[in-house]
Ligand binder design. Structure first.
Ligand SMILES: [Mn+2]
Length: 314
């Protein structure tokens, strides 16, 4: 293993904060709450230390303790108050670590956590923050457009105040939609397409990866939102962006995804910018598939994180 640590926002001694967020209330399948634990059991903290980082291991307040006694009336939206409570807690942790100029890594948990992590990093870094949302899905449904009612399909809408539910009125940040880009999409709801087009949001689907290659797609994303590579980047990485062959233990797999190499290249390229300040690694579900599926998926998650923070092949 070879490591290069250089970062424009995180200064020596280089510090990484691993924030466990064992939460699955943003979707319907149990198991996602064990994703963080499995990645830590695989030795992620030690691996990052071996790379030369100081590692702070943190955890959000146990989600069970943040569960409301009852949920407010909210149509078909599931666990709205619970998701809000957990995300608010995560936001403050991520903000605190980012303000301390430690690289904040949120280990999910499901992708509803993105509401909290993006809110936290953007409160620390302001409207300079650029977000790369790497996912099979756009996760930009509003509470009116979601069919499932699972908030892990809505975090971009909530974080960017496209969905302005009063339950999430603590989400007060300066995230800019023109500093957001998606990579890897291939399963977009009809209503989401309309939102993406109406708001002119930058999207690179699997079509663009096939057409241009992942390297060019990454360059185009940077040219769009961070042309001088002088702005901080938050990488929100849903493991389901990869083809299910490479990450089988996840709740909403979609065929035709990124290969292992495309995922790793993307992380290596982000590392090379020296701009990465926060990562979410979400939707690893150890309860889906057999033990082989689990170890493939957990190893993949850990490997992608290491690449994003400086591990390289040579
Ligand atoms: Mn997602």
């Amino acid at each position: 293993m070879y490591t290069t640590i250089s970062n424009k926002f995180i200064k020596a001694p280089f510090s990484v904060s691993l924030i466990s967020a064992p939460f699955s209330g943003g979707q319907g399948k149990l198991g996602t709450e064990y994703g963080a634990e499995e990645m830590l059991k695989f030795g992620l903290a030690n691996q990052i230390e071996q790379m030369g980082y100081v590692v702070n291991q943190l955890s959000i307040e146990a989600p069970e303790n943040l569960k409301p006694l009852s949920e407010p009336e909210s149509g078909n939206i599931k666990n709205i108050q619970w998701v809000s409570n957990v995300c608010k807690e995560l936001s403050s942790k991520v903000e605190q670590e980012c303000r301390a100029r430690s690289l904040a890594i949120t280990l999910g948990g499901d992708h509803s956590l993105g509401i909290g992590s993006l809110d936290g990093s953007s409160k620390a870094y302001g409207d300079d923050l650029c977000v790369l949302w790497v996912d099979a899905h756009a996760d930009i449904n509003t509470f009116d457009t979601t069919e499932s009612g699972n908030i892990h399909g809505c975090p971009v809408a909530v974080a960017y105040r496209i969905e302005k539910s009063p339950i999430f009125n603590w989400v007060q940040n300066n995230l800019r939609k023109d500093r957001l880009a998606y990579i890897g999409l291939r399963d977009i709801d009809r209503e989401e397409m309309k939102i993406l087009k109406d708001l002119n949001i930058k999207v690179f689907t699997m079509y663009h990866i096939d057409k241009y290659g992942i390297s060019k797609v990454f360059d185009m994303a940077m040219e769009y939102m961070n042309p001088n590579l002088d702005r901080p980047i938050h990488l929100s990485f849903d493991i389901d962006c990869l083809d299910p062959i490479y990450a089988p233990s996840t709740g909403t797999p979609v065929r035709g995804g990124m290969t292992s190499r495309e995922g790793h290249f993307l992380c290596e390229a982000i590392s090379e910018t020296g701009c990465l300040v926060a990562i979410d690694l979400v939707e690893v579900n150890p309860r889906i598939g057999d033990t082989d599926s689990l170890s493939i998926t957990v190893e993949m998650g850990c490997s992608l994180i290491r690449c994003a923070i400086g591990e390289s092949l040579l």
